[in-house]
Design a protein around this ligand. Structure first.
Ligand code: SAM
Length: 173
């Protein structure tokens, strides 16, 4: 069941400490077909509808090279979620789970992540499939899907601290 903002049976809310300023900036905006949480998918799918990610200036030049990746990791700010629940009942059944054992939008820092399929890039706008957020959700960051990305910088000593002598950080097929 999808919540608006209600607290359910056995759920626990805490008093949220004052926000610290992490200096986040919203770098864009995500356009999707969904204006209600009652309709939004719980997790995006690569055969879902085409969505647009608009990148704001001055960040557009940071898109250089993204078209080389079939999939991107998108980080976004679930701006309409409450942030104070430590125990949640996703099924509204009275059974509760710790927030950090869930991918619920309700969390102290409501960051959502999705791996999306990149369908196109044009004039600072990405066309993607695989989103699961409300229309207008602010964008925090974009990265290549880690399984497609081989680090460009050389490995560091920590990359070899694996129990054997191999660097495991760059497993690109
Ligand atoms: N894929 C992301 C993840 O795993 O981190 C988000 C998953 S979260 C379960 C997706 C749900 O968050 C949607 O079904 C919707 O109910 C809710 N949601 C989407 N956009 C939101 C927003 N901007 N503010 C608050 N809730 C949102």
């Amino acid at each position: 069941m999808v919540r608006e903002n209600e607290i359910r049976e056995n759920e626990v809310a805490v008093e949220v400490p004052p926000a610290t300023d992490a200096g986040l900036v919203f770098i864009g905006r995500i356009s999707t077909p969904w204006t209600s949480r009652m309709e939004t998918p719980r997790q995006g799918r690569h055969d879902g509808p085409l969505c647009k990610i608009e990148i704001f200036e001055p960040w557009r030049q940071a898109l250089r090279g993204v078209e080389a990746f079939e999939r991107l990791e998108v980080l976004y700010w679930l701006d309409r979620a409450r942030r104070d629940l430590v125990l949640q009942s996703p099924a509204n059944s009275g059974k509760v789970h710790g927030t950090f054992s869930l991918r619920s939008p309700v969390r102290p820092n409501p960051i959502g992540t999705s791996i999306v399929k990149l369908e196109g890039v044009e004039d600072g706008v990405l066309l993607v499939r695989g989103m699961d957020c409300l229309d207008g959700t602010p964008l925090l960051d974009l990265k290549p899907d880690r399984t497609l990305f081989k680090p460009i910088a050389p490995p560091q000593p920590g990359d070899f601290q694996t129990g054997d002598d191999e660097a495991h950080y760059c497993r690109k097929a």
